[in-house]
Design a protein around this ligand. Structure first.
Ligand SMILES: [Ca+2]
Ligand SMILES: [Ca+2]
Ligand SMILES: [Ca+2]
Length: 281
């Protein structure tokens, strides 16, 4: 008996495991997601592809830093340096000052697709520059309303815990946004990614405020996942599943073939279903 006999079931099992865990996840392109551009030998306040907020009225540029210098890319220090970040993705990351209204954002080419859920992950280090305890930062997904305002679709707040002291290791902070419904105002709109200091103007008070210090951020990852269109349970989307969808057509009770999370089976579900046609689940 050769060992080859055992290989095939093992490979099949592995493929099934990947499908089950991945839930048909697709990676969404974010230009300069790891802040490797532009190349710098030390630090550079310009960051390719990412945008920052305009200088607010209250910010005093004579205080030592221009507004544009409150974010920028930096080169990770060599391994022998005590400030070396041990899990930097690539060679560079970005800093972002813990002051009100400091943010980085991008409007992506991809849109929020009905039926898909979205998952954002950002590596975050707090505590730089004497940051105080409990200082918050948010990672967000947004869309643009008719007036071009950024409207938050989902957000995760991460707060610095001073008990962690000086940190040189990125923590992955996740944000999960549930499946987009046809009635959501962001359905079909471009996806925006935003990394924003959520301190307020009250935090500028030198006695009671929490402003000061900086965050390090890196490796912004965005994926979307499709709903499970395998209603028949054979791990494959085909006519069996379409038949089940037909049985539930226009039904709003126990609609297992509802792919858009509105409780009913109708045309928008067929659109999502068509995208998943003949796929392994
Ligand atoms: Ca990087
Ligand atoms: Ca099936
Ligand atoms: Ca539906």
């Amino acid at each position: 008996m050769t060992h080859r006999y055992f290989e095939r079931p093992l490979i099949v099992t592995m493929v099934l495991a990947v499908c089950a865990n991945g839930l048909y996840a697709e990676s969404i392109d974010i230009p300069n997601a790891s802040f490797e551009s532009p190349d710098t030998l030390f630090a550079d306040p310009s960051i390719d592809f990412w945008q920052e907020a305009p200088t607010p009225w209250w910010y005093d540029e004579s205080g030592g830093y221009l507004w544009t210098q409150l974010t920028g890319v930096f080169l990770n220090l060599p391994p022998e340096d005590p400030s070396h970040i041990d899990n930097c993705d690539g060679d560079q990351a970005v800093w972002l000052f813990a002051l009100p209204e400091v943010e980085l954002f991008q409007d992506l080419n991809d849109v929020f697709e009905v039926g898909r859920a979205y998952h954002l992950v950002v590596g975050i280090i707090g505590g730089g520059g004497g940051m105080l305890d409990g200082v918050p930062i948010e990672i967000r997904l947004f869309y643009r309303d008719a007036e071009n305002n950024k409207v938050t679709v989902g957000a995760t707040t991460h707060t610095y815990d001073i008990n962690t002291g000086v940190v040189t290791h990125f923590i992955d902070v996740p944000l999960d946004v549930r499946e987009v419904q046809i009635s959501d105002p962001w359905a079909g709109k471009n996806i925006g990614v935003q990394l924003v200091s959520t301190l307020t103007l009250a935090d500028l008070d030198p006695e009671t405020g929490r402003a000061g210090g900086f965050w390090d951020l890196d490796n912004v990852r965005l994926t979307s996942s499709a709903p499970n269109a395998d209603f028949s349970g054979d791990s494959f989307v085909n006519f069996k599943d379409f038949a089940i969808m037909g049985e539930q057509w226009l039904s709003c009770t126990d609609a297992t073939a509802d792919l858009t999370q509105d409780g009913c089976v109708d045309m928008p579900d067929v659109s999502v279903f068509a995208e998943l046609w003949l796929q392994d689940m």
